[in-house]
Design a protein around this ligand. Structure first.
Ligand code: PMP
Ligand code: PLP
Length: 481
């Protein structure tokens, strides 16, 4: 942005792993720049001729704004078409022959431009040399990021309950997690400072961590959302201890309307796109004056997870290292997915239409959240279970006062958790145990909770499942209605 004088990001050479520092990328891709030479006949790159791609046109029916529902789309959706040679024919800036051939690790310039603009609209990072790269979703981005920063034997920091795949990604890379206490707002800033200030290399068997993995919104599994002040406090701790932050934020746009309970009228949806954007909690990226954040965004929860497309935002230095890795591993995101999302987002909806779709999702998830919270109010025994309505995401944590169980303390937390889990199964409902999400299995926990998701089941099934959960709890605890 030319008129704002922004400074450059910090340099992170001293934090990069040996693997990352020694990546030279894909040497065959380096000759790509010569392809621009006028009159050049290339017998160079082994890009197959698109003549042999057995695909002529791609056609998809999608919602016509503002008619977002399945039924409306079937009725009055818009059919988008991509032809094989739309570029040559001047019909589009992107086509099948381009998208379906080899591309760049950073992603196709067409969809990349869209996500960069979107990132500027939503987050406007406060330093000069930020950039984006397409990813194959946050699972892949996180795996590549850990390899980029950590050596075997390092520890990284995260919420004490964390997305289990993050632990399962780090573990075979030889990276353990140091867990940081949480409260209703998720990661604790003072807890983070305490862990770092009192770090004992000998006792921990690892040097002081410098990488923080956090899921700041609708955290998986607790559903917690960090407020703005909490983030500012955590960012200040990150500056004090010179941390690099991995912001894994697939639920950013599943921030919901405030929860008001059944006896109050629903708060009206945001009146305008501006009001919608203002209602969103500022991301770490939006406050990242140092360039110490890698923000991972994913289309999984807002468009479709099977398309495997996301993007990440960080300083040029980090993006360059990341794409050098992508060039020789994933080779970048799927061309089919990039073309499909480009057609939808850039050529059909544009930024405004995409934001309107996100408001639609916000209202849908609000309804779902209200259904599960209403069912909890009706069916759960308050003397042993407590919950807070989530502000975002798709998870409702149900906290159990296990010390009131008749078998406590003869049975441990984990034994009781398993007993309740099995009682739920016997009663016909499945929830996930909180202990599946321990960041560090060696840390002692004294809280028990179950994770319920409200993202998929029909409303009446959500209601029934919670009722069964309540019955299972009553049975296990030996309490009557
Ligand atoms: N292995 C060999 C021997 C190749 O020649 C190529 C393509 N040039 C690849 C792997 C890359 O394959 P893919 O496109 O499936 O990643
Ligand atoms: N990160 C978190 C915290 C998640 O909860 C999930 C989805 O379950 C993912 C990442 C996976 O995202 P993606 O589909 O972009 O790989």
């Amino acid at each position: 942005n030319a008129h704002e004088k922004k400074h450059k990001a910090k340099n992170w050479d001293y934090r990069l792993s040996l693997e990352c520092r020694t990546r030279e990328g894909n040497s065959l891709k380096k000759v790509a720049k010569y392809l621009m030479t006028p009159g050049l006949i290339s017998l160079g790159g082994g890009l197959p001729s698109s003549e042999y791609f057995p695909f002529d046109t791609l056609s998809v029916k999608v919602p016509t704004p503002p008619h977002w529902t399945e039924a409306e789309t079937r009725e009055s959706g818009t059919t988008l078409e991509a032809g094989k040679y739309d570029l040559q024919l001047g019909k589009s800036v992107y086509d099948i022959s381009t998208a379906f051939n080899y591309g760049l690790g950073i992603g196709s310039p067409q969809i990349l431009r869209f996500v960069i603009e979107h990132t500027e609209i939503v987050h406007n990072p406060p330093y000069a040399d930020w950039n984006c790269t397409m990813t194959v979703g946050n699972t892949s981005a996180l795996e590549m990021a850990i390899r980029m920063f950590c050596e075997r034997g390092d520890m990284m920091l995260s919420e004490e309950y964390t997305f289990s795949a993050a632990v399962e990604t780090a573990s075979p890379l030889g990276v353990k997690i140091a867990s940081v206490p949480m409260d209703e707002e998720g990661l604790s800033a003072t807890g983070l400072d305490d862990v770092l200030s009192s770090w004992d290399e000998k006792a921990r068997g690892a040097s002081k961590p410098f990488l923080l993995y956090t899921v700041p919104i609708g955290q998986n599994p607790t559903g917690a959302t960090q407020g703005e002040q909490r983030r500012r406090d955590i960012y200040a701790v990150a500056q004090k201890h010179d941390l690099y932050i991995l912001e894994d934020d697939p639920y950013y746009f599943l921030q919901m309307q405030p929860y008001v309970g059944p006896d109050h009228p629903d708060p009206p949806p945001p009146k305008s796109r501006e009001e919608f954007l203002k209602s969103l909690i500022p991301s770490y990226l939006s406050m990242d004056v140092d360039g110490r954040v890698m923000r991972m965004d994913s289309f999984s929860k807002v468009l479709a997870p099977g398309c495997r497309l996301g993007w990440l935002t960080a300083s040029e230095q980090i993006i360059e290292r990341y794409t050098k890795h992508a060039d020789i591993s994933t080779q970048g995101a799927s061309g089919l997915s990039q073309l499909l999302f480009f057609k939808l987002l850039d050529e059909h909806w544009d930024h405004g239409g995409f934001l309107d779709w996100l408001v639609h999702l916000r209202m849908e998830y609000t309804k779902r959240r209200n259904v599960i919270v209403g069912a909890c109010d009706r069916y759960l025994p308050r003397e042993i279970v407590s919950w807070a309505p989530p502000a975002a995401g798709m998870f409702q944590a149900l906290h159990i006062d296990y010390k009131k169980h008749r078998s406590y303390p003869a049975k441990s937390l984990l034994e009781l958790e398993d007993e309740i889990f099995m009682a739920c199964i016997a009663n016909g409902t499945l929830l996930i145990k909180g202990s599946c999400f321990y960041a560090d299995p060696t840390t002692q926990h004294d809280t028990m909770f179950f994770r319920a998701t409200f993202c998929a089941a029909p409303f009446d099934k959500i209601e029934e499942a919670i009722k069964r959960f309540g019955d299972a709890l009553r049975g296990s605890f030996g309490i009557s209605n």
